[in-house]
Design a protein around this ligand. Structure first.
Ligand SMILES: N[C@@H](CCC(=O)N[C@@H](CS)C(=O)NCC(=O)O)C(=O)O
Length: 205
């Protein structure tokens, strides 16, 4: 049995969606990052990086980092049909996952949402927030170009769409971003999937 460490409304929403997409058997433990649970001794013992998502594996070890968890989930559940079929297909999934998580999330939303983690003063925080928002806006344009007129970011639904899901959901909830129509349609498509309905109770707090 897998143990999923999750904070509703955080980036771990994408892994929750994927756990349901692949039909994984798992239990969920809530680590409320707004309450600071990720800095508690118990959780740091499991994941010293103090971040969600994390996945406790059957051998007692813990897997961290969104792209690694996402790729492991699809490859360890081949019956779901989401595992990349070849070397270039695997590289494309990683390429999209890394862009969404490392650029759009970490260099965009993180600076927009929690600039106080990086800058002590109000002016510095405002500058960083503006930088983060510009990075998200730029990222949305890149993602829109990647998506084109395909239903999902790489054509068929893939692990990369689990990451696309949470950043698009954050952008939509923010209300201040100009989300291109094809990305809006993609988000709506993801929300129509049975896995989204299964994940719904734990997507929001
Ligand atoms: N590089 C990590 C980023 C994870 C991350 O930033 N998680 C946030 C929630 S969206 C978190 O746990 N924040 C708590 C904190 O930084 O204290 C990954 O890919 O999983």
């Amino acid at each position: 049995m897998l143990t999923f460490y999750h904070s509703p409304q955080s980036c771990s929403n994408g892994i929750l969606l994927l756990l349901h997409e692949v039909g994984a058997v798992f239990e969920t433990k809530i680590v409320d990052v707004r309450a600071g649970d990720q800095r508690g001794a118990t959780y740091l013992g499991l994941n010293p990086k103090g971040k969600v998502p994390a996945l406790g594996l059957a051998d007692g070890s813990t897997l961290t980092e969104f792209p690694a968890i996402a790729l492991w989930l699809v490859e360890s559940h081949p019956q779901a049909g989401l595992a990349p079929t070849g070397t270039i297909e695997r590289a494309r999934v990683l390429e999209a996952l890394d862009f969404i998580v490392s650029s759009v999330h970490m260099r965009g939303f993180t600076f927009d949402k929690v600039p106080q983690k990086f800058m002590p003063d109000a002016d510095g925080q405002a500058t960083l927030r503006a930088h983060g928002r510009a990075e998200v806006a730029k990222g949305l344009m890149s993602l829109s170009a990647m998506l084109g007129d395909r239903p999902y970011i790489l054509g068929d639904f893939s692990a990369a769409d689990a990451a696309l899901f949470y950043v698009l959901d954050w952008a939509a909830q923010d209300g201040g971003y100009d989300i291109p129509a094809n990305l809006q349609a993609c988000l709506a498509r993801i929300k129509q999937r049975p896995a989204h309905a299964a994940a719904a109770p734990l997507l929001t707090r």
